[in-house]
Every structure is written in C-alpha cells, then in structure tokens.
Design a protein around this ligand. Structure first.
Ligand code: AMP
Length: 419
C-alpha cells in the first residue's frame, strides 16, 4: 500500500470542521477591517524566494522544495506567502488602484523541515499584508485585529512579544557592534553561528544551541542602537497598543528568520503547543517591494500557522455541528424512491438531509444509525405510510412523532424543531 509521504498528512472530515471554523472567523474578522482575499499560485520561480526571503536564511538555504520543470526552469513550492503576494502586487500594479491595500490569504506552504508535533512539511498559513503605509497606526491596528481574531477563536491566554529590528539606517552599525562582540567568542559558537557571523550575525539570536544562547543573552541588543526614526516608530506603536489595552512583552532578542523585516517584529506564542509554541509571526517589511523590482511601497503583515491554531482551539470553541437535521429511512424499494423525493424537498428548503439506501436493513437498525449520526429527526417511509400517502416524522431527542403529508412536511418539521 502506498502511504502519505513523511511530514504531510490528511485532514479528515471529523477534523475539518475546526478548520472551517477557523477560516470562517478569519475571513469575517479580516473583512471587517477592509482586507480582501488574494490567491497566489502554490509554486513560483525559485528566484522570487531567493531574492524576497534572502539567500542566507534557513528557509532558502535548506528548507525549500525546489525542482526543475520539464523545460528546466527552477520552480519552488512556496515556503511562505509574503514574497508571492508582493510579486502579485507589483505585477498587477496594485499601488495604482489604492494607496493602502489590505490583503489576506489562506493556504498550504511547504518547508523541508524535521517533522514533529506542530511542524509539518506541508502546513497551512493564514496571513495578512498591508501595503502602502509606514504609519505606526498600521502596525498597531493590524495587531489589534490579530488579537481580536484570536479572541473570537477563544484562544487564550496568548503572549504577544514585540521588538524592533531597525532599518538600513541603523542596522548596519548595530551589526558591526554585534560582530565585534561575537568575534572573540567565535570558537565557542556552533558551526551555523560561525557562518552567520560572516553573513548576518543577527541570525545568531535564533540559535537553539544552549551554549550559544548563553552567549547571545549577554549580547548587545538592537533596541539600544535604533536610529531616531526607528525609535520613534516603535514608541508610537507601543502607545497605540497601550491605548487599545493590548498586553505585550518586549523581547530584545526577537529577530525573526526572514531578511526583509524592518522595525516592528513580533510573535505570538500559545501554551500547550510543546516545543513548537510559536502560533504566528510577522512584522514590517518596508524594503521588500522595492527589492523585488516594484515601487517604494512599505508593508506590514503576519502569518498564523493554521495547524497550530486548530491545535490550540479550546474544547468549548463554537465549532458548527455537521450532524444531519433529518435522516430519511425508506423501507423497501418503494420506500427508497419516496425517501429520495422527500429528501429533495427538504434540501430545497435548506435542511441538511441524509438518505442511506439500505432497504434491506430493519427500521431498528436504521434508527440506530441515525442516532450514531446524531440526526435531530428521522423521517420514516414504510409500506404502510406509502399506501396512505403519508410519512412519520420522529424527533430523536424525546422520541415524539407525528404523521405528516409531503406538502406539510416543512411546516411540521419547523413546529417540532421549535417545540
Ligand atoms: P514563519 O513564516 O516562519 O514566520 O511562520 C509563521 C507561522 O507559521 C509559525 O509561527 C507557525 O505557526 C507556522 N509554521 C511555520 N513553519 C511551520 C511548519 N513547518 N509546520 C507547521 N507550522 C509552521
């Protein structure tokens, strides 16, 4: 038997309701804030990610699913969706349509990582991007929306962690300071960090090796080396968050894995996720659109891991029921024919209705089946009923039943549902 490959999985019907719930709340929340959905392709030119995410990042260096197509072009399954959205924004000249564009997306992403709980090779993200303004109010309002979204899912408590990673004005000087701190300690660093020291020393903050973490705990923090504009931006964002009453902590070591972040960077962690406790991450990326060949348009966004969101839903989450309202039992072949007609009528007036053509099965066995499915009503069409041109409607919660005609089925069902 052929099985699913390592690191991917099926989301089965019993589980999918939670996913739909999360997606419906995401759409509804984001649309209240003026966001509109964008769908980009699952694969793009490899170059987009190399330029957009950064050659030196873990994602580009070792986690991409890259393959040549039949004409030898290098393609990559998207490992994230900010670069594709930026590409689409440029390609369709969306900056001409509106000054501030608010976009959201949902869909699968692909990274060749070591699979573990909450970490898959195909996983799902729900994300938003705001393009066209570098005002700190954008950062704060988008974070407020994020908190509202998590609140509507009942996910609490979450911890919002914030930092500023500077911009091209102040980051180069800070990188030098960091490098000067790390150079004398080079020999004690892991191999990855020694490489990062040459390419981008900020990455050393993401190292998981305990000895390196100790070194980084004492390292100078970028927050103490921001230029006036970056410091001012960070202060405004914090003021807006305070005015919203949104709690957060500042993590001076938060740098995030992607090259394009500027100024605001943040993460949200949730308990109960184990080692992979990051629910989402995001930040400001004012240079990305230009880097990809577009106009100088600033951006801000976040991406939530949907797999982890679903894992974090409380048991009390208001996930809609998928049980049938009416289970129609047709006894004998004539009963099955009549059942199909009745079911069609019920569906036409909006009732979730199920017919299982099992004419050989006893009424008792079919009632048991309806019970297992948690059907609210059973509609029975037996020989006697068909002869009399009626049917029996049975309410499963208390076993009460009524004899009804096809033309009054809808009304009687409504009355019994309300009673
Ligand atoms: P990133 O794009 O790396 O900032 O990731 C944003 C969010 O996506 C993370 O906080 C996770 O919730 C989720 N995520 C990233 N990689 C994976 C993965 N391999 N499996 C499951 N979720 C992931």
């Amino acid at each position: 038997m052929v099985e699913a490959v390592k690191g991917v999985r099926d989301i089965l019907p019993d589980e999918i309701r939670a996913w739909h719930f999360v997606e419906e709340r995401a759409r509804d929340t984001f649309e209240r804030y003026g966001f509109r959905e964008i769908r980009t392709p699952i694969f793009e030119s490899t170059e987009l990610f190399a330029r957009g995410i950064g050659e030196g990042t873990d994602i580009v260096a070792k986690e991409m699913y890259t393959f040549p197509d039949r004409k030898g072009r290098s393609l990559t399954l998207r490992p994230e969706n900010t670069a594709p959205v930026a590409r689409a924004y440029i390609e369709h000249q969306m900056h001409r349509r509106s000054e501030v564009e608010r976009l959201y997306y949902l869909g699968p992403m692909f990274r060749y990582e070591r699979p573990q709980k909450g970490r898959m090779r195909q996983f799902y993200q729900i994300g938003v991007e705001v393009l066209g303004s570098d005002h700190p109010a954008i950062d704060a309002e988008t974070l407020e929306m994020l908190v509202a979204f998590l609140g509507r899912l009942g996910i609490a408590p979450v911890q919002l962690v914030l930092n500023s990673v500077g911009d091209p004005e102040c980051r180069p000087a800070y990188k030098e300071i960091l490098r000067r701190y790390l150079l004398p300690r080079r020999e004690s660093l892991c191999e990855d960090c020694r490489r990062r020291l040459d390419t981008n020393p900020l990455r050393c903050f993401d190292c998981k090796v305990p000895a390196d973490r100790d070194v980084m705990a004492q390292a100078p923090a970028i927050l103490d080396h921001l230029c006036d504009a970056c410091r001012g931006h960070f202060e405004r964002v914090r003021e807006h968050l305070d005015a919203f009453g949104i709690a957060y902590t500042i993590d001076r070591r938060l740098v995030r894995g992607l090259d394009y972040y500027r100024r605001t960077a943040f993460e949200v962690t949730a308990p109960g996720l184990g080692a992979q406790n990051a629910l989402l991450g995001g930040g400001r990326y004012d240079g990305l659109i230009e880097e990809l060949g577009g106009p100088a348009v600033p951006g801000f966004g976040f991406a939530v891991g949907e797999d982890r969101l679903v894992m974090s839903l409380p048991a009390t989450a208001a996930i809609p029921d998928d049980a049938p309202e009416v289970f129609v039992v047709g006894l004998g072949e004539a009963g099955v024919s009549a059942a199909l007609q009745a079911a069609r009528r019920l569906r036409g007036s909006g009732h979730r209705t199920l017919v299982e053509p099992l004419p050989g099965k006893s009424l008792k066995a079919q009632l048991r089946r309806a019970n297992d499915l948690r059907a609210r009503f059973v509609l029975i069409l037996g020989e006697e009923e068909i002869q009399r041109g009626v049917m029996t409607l049975k309410r499963m919660s208390d076993g009460s039943q009524a004899t009804v005609r096809l033309d009054e089925l809808d009304r009687r069902l409504g009355e019994m549902a309300r009673a």
